[in-house]
Each structure stands twice: as structure tokens, then as C-alpha cells.
Design a binder for this molecule. Structure first.
Ligand code: ZDP
Length: 278
């Protein structure tokens, strides 16, 4: 199986072009094998580009634990660039079908190269039943979250996939591997959740670390960065357009007047290869 290894700020993926490859293996099991950093290629997720009748292509994202996610921000940027550079598409504004609905990446080209990708990530969802998080009311903003050894304050946003936002004074000091799984698997989240730890630097910049549903700590999360700007605005901490600083770089995100969240960031192709499924 031919694949392309790409990443968005270190959130890395094995991408399989199903316009050209025939997939016979079971996707969840294939993802667990391929994403294994010792026995496979190694990645945070396995992503398939499928043909689609009405859209330029359909994106399917499987986390490294084999669970399927509704949407993926860093990967959609990588796939948009791959589709353009390999001639799957010949335009710079694309339509991508996902489990979260249609998404619209735009390739930012200069000197013939894809310098960045700007994605309309759609509208955030605050209704607890749709995040989903099992609390009442019309939104979950600054609500208590009781863990085994501490009481946190959370804000919950869906960008098609669930996010639990926790504001902290210093992201570097967060015991991510201890708190992350406890929140990811908390009974309040029937479909588990991604967990973002956010340190507000000023009204235009934040630092963020993420414990991802189905993948653990990753270096970046595009949907998480989009959920972050929504949570920051809802809690009065930042402006609508901010820079989200991640471990290896930053994403520019804006919760715009049209209620859509726009995310702009880089993509990197690392290598191409052939994988022999076990
Ligand atoms: O929602 C989830 O299960 C996420 N782990 C999917 C992957 C999200 C991603 N990190 C992103 O950039 O949005 C790829």
C-alpha cells in the first residue's frame, strides 16, 4: 500500500490516496498497525482520501488507537496540498466531505508553491447534547469538572469532534499524561473527548497543549486550536482572531463574524513509501 507521510506542526499522518490505492484491510486494525511507531510507519493517525460524487474528495481519519474521528484540522490541510500537488484537483479552493459535513480548504500559493492552507472549519457547536457532554443548559462555559484529585473548570466546544478546554496558568507545568486520559475518558463525555490545556498570553495569543482522543499527547491539533479560540472568546479572554502557539509552531485562527472558524497553517511532506500490511 503506497502512502504519503505528512504533518501539520508535528501532528503527523499516514495518508493513503484511495483514488489510486485499493484498500482491503480493516481500517481500524490497519490504523493501529500503520501508526505504531516501532512496528509500523508511525503516526498520530491514518487518513484516507476517497473519491466522492459531489465533493473534490472525502476525508476519513482514523486515530492511532483505531477509533474514527469526525474531523481533523491538521490532516485536511495536508490532504488539500497533496491533492493539488498530485493533480487530483486543479483549483485552489476545495470541497472536502467529512463525517462532520463539508469543509473548505483554500491553498495559499506563492512562487508556485503551497505556502499555507486556510480552512473554513465550519461553525462551532455549543449545544451540550451535540458536543456531546452530558450536562444541561445551552452551552458548557466555565463549568466544574470533578477529577479524582482536583476540580477543574471546563468549556466544551465541538468542531465536529468534541473538545474539553481547560485554562491553566502554565501549559508547561500540566501533568498531561495524568490528567489527559482522565478527562478524555470522563463519564460526562459519551464519545470521549479531546482535551486542550490553554495558557492565555494576551488578547491575541495563547499557548496550547493537547491530549487527543484516541491518540494521546500530540504536538498540535487543528480542530483543538479552533475550539480554543471559541472558548477564549466565550470566556472573555481574547479577541476573535488569535495566534495559537503549539510546540513546533503556530496556527492563526479566527472565529469570524459569519460564525465560521477559519484556521491557517503550514503543511509538511516528509516522505512517501510502501507499507506491507501484516
Ligand atoms: O477527534 C479526535 O478523535 C481527534 N483525535 C482527531 C484528530 C484531530 C487532529 N489532531 C486535528 O488536527 O484536528 C488531527
Amino acid at each position: 500500500m503506497n502512502f504519503i507521510k505528512m504533518h501539520g506542526l508535528g501532528n503527523d499522518f499516514v495518508i493513503v490516496d484511495c483514488f489510486r490505492e485499493k484498500i482491503t484491510a480493516d481500517p481500524p486494525e490497519l490504523a493501529r498497525q500503520v501508526c505504531d511507531r516501532h512496528l509500523g510507519v508511525g503516526a498520530d493517525g491514518l487518513v484516507f482520501i476517497w473519491p466522492h460524487a459531489e465533493a473534490d474528495f472525502r476525508m476519513q481519519i482514523i486515530n492511532s488507537d483505531g477509533s474514527e474521528a469526525e474531523m481533523c484540522g491538521n490532516a485536511i490541510r495536508c490532504m488539500a496540498r497533496y491533492a493539488y500537488e498530485t493533480g487530483l484537483v486543479s483549483k485552489t479552493e476545495l470541497e472536502v466531505e467529512t463525517l462532520a459535513g463539508r469543509r473548505h480548504p483554500e491553498l495559499i500559493i506563492s512562487d508556485g508553491e503551497v505556502k499555507a492552507v486556510k480552512v473554513d472549519m465550519g461553525e462551532p457547536v455549543l449545544d451540550p447534547a451535540q458536543v456531546p457532554v452530558q450536562l444541561g443548559g445551552d452551552r458548557v462555559v466555565n463549568e466544574p469538572l470533578a477529577l479524582a484529585r482536583q476540580l477543574l473548570q471546563m468549556t466544551c466546544v465541538s468542531m465536529g469532534n468534541p473538545h474539553c478546554l481547560l485554562f491553566v496558568p502554565n501549559v508547561a507545568a500540566v501533568p498531561l499524561t495524568q490528567i489527559g486520559p482522565e478527562v478524555e475518558n470522563h463519564p460526562l463525555f459519551p464519545r470521549k473527548t479531546n482535551v486542550e490545556f490553554i495558557q492565555v498570553l494576551n488578547r491575541n495569543e495563547v499557548k496550547m497543549r493537547v491530549w487527543e482522543r484516541g491518540a494521546g499527547e500530540t504536538l498540535a491539533c487543528g480542530t483543538g486550536a479552533c475550539a480554543t479560540v471559541v472558548g477564549c472568546v466565550l470566556t472573555g479572554r481574547t479577541n476573535q482572531k488569535i495566534t495559537v502557539h503549539l510546540t513546533l509552531g503556530s496556527l492563526e485562527v479566527e472565529w469570524a463574524q459569519d460564525n465560521h472558524v477559519y484556521m491557517t497553517g503550514p503543511t509538511t511532506e516528509v516522505f512517501r513509501g510502501t507499507y506491507a500490511p501484516r
